[in-house]
Write a protein that binds this ligand. Structure first.
Ligand code: G
Ligand code: G
Ligand code: NA
Length: 256
């Protein structure tokens, strides 16, 4: 079988898994959310990165099925975790998944209803490419989700088309600064200025900021000084399978 066929088989054999990476409030050091990240560990081919299979699935149409798997697994898992800690769950959606807005809305509502997860515990991450060349259907869907209480995040902020007008035109709650800005930030003065400016601008617009790719103590100190709200990265934790993420949550739980 080719990769396409293996992916189809992986889906029908139910071996696509969701891993979870914690997102921390930088001020309190508490876990406030988890990002759902898809993982495919194939019996024959081994680990295949989403950077390889997501683009493939976007070409062959399997992305819609993968989206349904992510929504279902992540919503059910997050619903179970609410009793440990009231965290939000962030799910990634590519532009291709917004080609069928009605279908996508139905999948999201089904995920929420079947799991019992409150809508305001779900966060949807979209990339700037969705907003560039968006259709009216996309605007309607985003507004509809927002009205239900679902949170909306712009992912990979600063790497794509980055029209600042997007921040006003669409109902975003959060933006995620792409990890490429943080990599060498301790030696890169322009990136320090850029990250500081993005945080300040978001604050002025009442949009919360998540920094991605937080790998060092230096990063967290810098972000705190700039009053960035949230951090995600290897400094805190890599993405974890559900059972290990649950252990982390249980240990982090603050006794009442
Ligand atoms: O976790 P990792 O670095 O391997 O993820 C690589 C890329 O794959 C990330 O940019 C992420 O947005 C994307 N990705 C991971 N899981 C999903 C998913 O469930 N749906 C979509 N559309 N993209 C995902
Ligand atoms: O924006 P996107 O959805 O692509 O981001 C998620 C990806 O980033 C995942 O593939 C995850 O494994 C990866 N990632 C998470 N934290 C870090 C980090 O601290 N450093 C690096 N290099 N990658 C990270
Ligand atoms: Na993301």
């Amino acid at each position: 079988l080719d990769l396409d066929g293996r992916l189809r088989q992986a889906i029908s054999n139910n071996i696509i898994e969701i891993h979870y990476q914690p997102i921390f409030d930088l001020e309190t050091n508490q876990i406030v959310a988890a990002e759902a990240l898809m993982r495919w560990n194939d019996d024959k081919l081994g680990f295949i990165s989403p950077e390889e299979f997501i683009p493939l699935a976007e070409k062959n149409g399997l992305i819609h099925k993968l989206g349904e798997i992510a929504i279902t697994q992540a919503c059910h898992q997050a619903a179970r975790w609410q009793s440990i800690m009231p965290i939000k769950i962030s799910i990634n959606f590519s532009s291709v998944q917004f080609r069928y807005c009605e279908k996508l809305l139905a999948q999201i509502q089904q995920g929420l209803e079947s799991s019992g997860l409150p809508a305001n515990r779900l966060d949807i991450e979209v990339t700037e490419s969705l907003l560039f060349n968006h259709t009216q259907d996309v605007i309607t869907l985003l507004n509809n989700l927002r009205k239900q209480g679902v949170e909306l995040t712009i992912d990979d902020f600063g790497t794509g088309y980055s029209a600042l007008s997007y921040l006003q035109k669409f109902p975003f709650d959060k933006l995620k600064i792409d990890r490429s800005f943080l990599i060498d930030i301790d030696q890169n003065e322009p990136n320090r200025e850029l990250v500081g400016a993005i945080i300040a601008m978001a604050k002025a617009l009442n949009i919360h900021v998540v920094a991605e790719g937080v790998e060092t103590r230096w990063h967290t100190d810098f972000l705190l000084e700039k009053e960035c709200d949230y951090g995600q990265g290897y400094y805190f934790s890599k993405p974890l399978p559900a059972d290990l993420f649950e252990q982390l949550l249980s240990k982090a739980r603050v006794p009442q």
